[in-house]
Ligand binder design. Structure first.
Ligand code: IMP
Ligand code: MG
Length: 177
């Protein structure tokens, strides 16, 4: 285990098993349709890559990037769009793919933004849900794991851009704000 990690919450095997289940649910729910996955950079890249392999439907992928954290562990409370999705969204089955929902500000911003482009449906899939610090009433349609109020890294999630490469999801030892 990495020396900055206090505890492993989910191993690579736990994550991969849960993603298989999410992919099966999504495949069942969208049967006969094709999906447009919109991943939120940078944290959801790894999750989206693994998730899309478990979905047995035609799909396309797009990406958006928002900023809210800077190099801290507490959200700034606003989410600015740095990079927009580029594919046409109107009339599509859109599924937003996010690494983690904390305050909910980021996902709310993405929902408003993409919702205004008249998708046929707009749903959300988050690998992790941290409901303790929620500021906006928002719940993912698909959720990997519900976690307590701890700062986690690994499997795409970072602290000041580090730790994304860890194969597991772990709790950071010192969170310095
Ligand atoms: P929200 O806008 O507060 O819901 O924050 C969402 C974004 O903050 C996520 O997309 C993550 O990039 C980041 N984030 C929230 N909690 C954590 C965490 O525990 N570890 C790493 N990143 C986090
Ligand atoms: Mg993110």
């Amino acid at each position: 285990m990495h020396h900055d990690i206090k505890e492993i919450l989910y191993t690579a095997d736990d994550i991969s098993a849960r993603i298989q289940e999410l992919g099966a649910m999504i495949t069942r729910d969208y049967q006969g349709k094709s999906i447009l996955l919109v991943g939120i950079l940078k944290g959801a890249v790894r999750f989206m890559n693994d998730l899309k392999r478990t979905i047995d439907l035609p799909l396309c992928c797009d990406m958006m990037e928002l900023s809210s954290y800077g190099d801290r562990t507490v959200s700034s409370g606003t989410a600015t769009i740095l990079k927009d999705a580029t594919l046409d969204i109107e009339g599509r089955e859109v599924l937003i793919v996010e690494d983690i929902i904390d305050t909910g500000v980021t996902l709310q911003r993405v929902l408003e933004h993409l919702g205004s482009r008249r998708p046929a449906t707009l749903k959300t899939c988050a690998l992790l849900d941290k409901p303790a610090r929620r500021k906006v009433a928002i719940k993912p349609d698909y959720c990997g794991f519900i976690i307590p109020d701890v700062f986690v890294v690994g499997y795409g999630l970072d602290y000041a851009q580090a730790f994304r490469e860890l194969p597991y999801i772990g709790v950071l030892k010192v969170a310095c704000d």
